[in-house]
Design a protein around this ligand. Structure first.
Ligand SMILES: O=C(O)c1ccc[n+]([C@@H]2O[C@H](COP(=O)([O-])O)[C@@H](O)[C@H]2O)c1
Ligand SMILES: Cc1cc2nc[nH]c2cc1C
Length: 353
């Protein structure tokens, strides 16, 4: 199978614009650096969007939903039917991400990649069904090569629509009962870490449940120890929505669309994307630090500092959505604060503006 497009060059951030934006920040009426990561975010967006006026006004959110064969191992606090039920809830307007997207004025797309409890045709849900669920990776690869390709392409398709809609920012979210087990298996394989280090409560496992989850991941890692590179690890130990997210992040970086990453599962997908194509990394901003146990290690591997730490662990793109107002404020500060010169305020050298 030809995976060449996945490894095609990503856009390069505009280094000259980055320098202009960084210099502009030093002229604004504040001690240099005093707006902390809000400054960094505005400068990063300026470099990525190739503009002196970075924006986060037009936000696109794609939530990728899929079921996981590994749910059969009893690794979630919730039954598998919830994935399909939540898809219905997303488009009915009652889920957390439905509320957040509405409040932000963001476009919300829900993508059905394969659900055991399939709600069928629904307004607002794009059907890109691959199978009812990925296979249980304790028994064999989670996906066939063709299924992996279909999932990666479904993510890239969402980015194409987001670009056509004139989006400033792409947010990928996920919904999939048992996908913290999948994300843990994939992250352990990508990072060479033991399952006990990353396995966490997910939707609400107790300590015994977490130990069982780690043992399931250990079995899967043993079975797929021969999976050579990140793409093969994604095929053997991933899931449809995680592969779609990886495909979306690669496509966004190749097209020059900044990405705001959500929680644990999406960060593992981002790690897979970066391992497949390192040019993806500059295009990623990180919305929040999830309460899920493994998130810290995956963020550290990406040298990522998220904007928020609110103890959230929902998924659905909710943590990234929560960070959008901060990005909007960062852009407004960058564009409209007065400079020392404009305001007639003395700078650190004593020079009066
Ligand atoms: O995004 C996160 O950090 C996060 C952490 C824990 C759970 N989740 C969500 O919970 C579901 C997976 O949890 P589980 O326990 O079924 O593996 C899935 O739908 C995720 O969106 C999400
Ligand atoms: C109710 C529910 C909502 C979710 N949203 C994302 N993952 C979820 C898991 C559950 C169980």
């Amino acid at each position: 199978m030809n995976h060449q497009p996945l490894r095609a060059a990503c856009m390069q951030p505009d280094a000259a614009m980055e320098a202009v934006a960084r210099a502009h920040q030093t002229r604004l009426t504040k001690p240099p650096g005093s707006l902390g990561r809000l400054e960094d975010a505005a400068v990063q967006l300026a470099a990525l969007q190739r503009t002196a006026r970075p924006r986060a006004g037009r936000v696109w959110i794609s939530v990728f939903a899929a079921d996981h064969g590994v749910a059969d191992e009893g690794v979630s606090a919730f039954p598998q039917v919830v994935t399909g039920e939540m898809v219905r809830n997303f488009v009915a307007g009652g889920a957390a991400i439905s509320v957040l997207a509405r409040e932000l004025g963001a476009r919300l797309e829900v993508v059905n990649l394969g659900l055991v409890n399939d709600p069928g045709e629904l307004d607002g849900v794009r059907r890109a069904v691959i199978a009812a669920a990925s296979d249980n990776f304790c028994n064999g690869p989670a996906m066939t090569p063709a299924q992996l390709q279909a999932a990666l392409a479904a993510g890239a398709d969402s980015v194409a629509v987001a670009l056509a809609d004139g989006s400033d920012l792409f947010i990928g979210g996920e919904m999939g009962i048992a996908n913290t087990t999948t994300a843990t298996a994939l992250a352990c394989a990508l990072l060479g870490l033991p399952p006990e280090r990353l396995a966490g409560a997910g939707t609400g496992l107790d300590a015994a449940g977490i130990r069982h989850k780690a043992s399931v991941v250990a079995r899967a890692l043993q079975r797929h120890a021969g999976a050579g590179d990140a793409l093969e690890q994604l095929r053997c130990l991933g899931g449809f929505e995680i592969a779609a997210l990886a495909g979306a992040f690669i496509a966004a970086a190749q097209a020059g669309l900044p990405v705001l990453v959500d929680g644990y599962i999406t960060t593992v997908a981002a790690l897979a994307a970066v391992r497949i194509n390192p040019g993806v990394r500059p295009w990623l901003l990180f919305g929040h630090r999830s309460r899920e146990r493994g998130h810290d290690a995956v963020l550290a591997a990406l040298q990522a500092e998220p904007l928020l730490d609110l103890g959230m662990r929902l998924g659905e793109a909710s943590g990234a959505a929560g960070a959008v107002p901060l990005l909007r404020l960062a852009c407004a500060l960058h564009a409209t604060m007065a400079t020392f010169e404009q305001a007639g305020v003395s700078d650190a050298t004593g020079a009066r503006g």
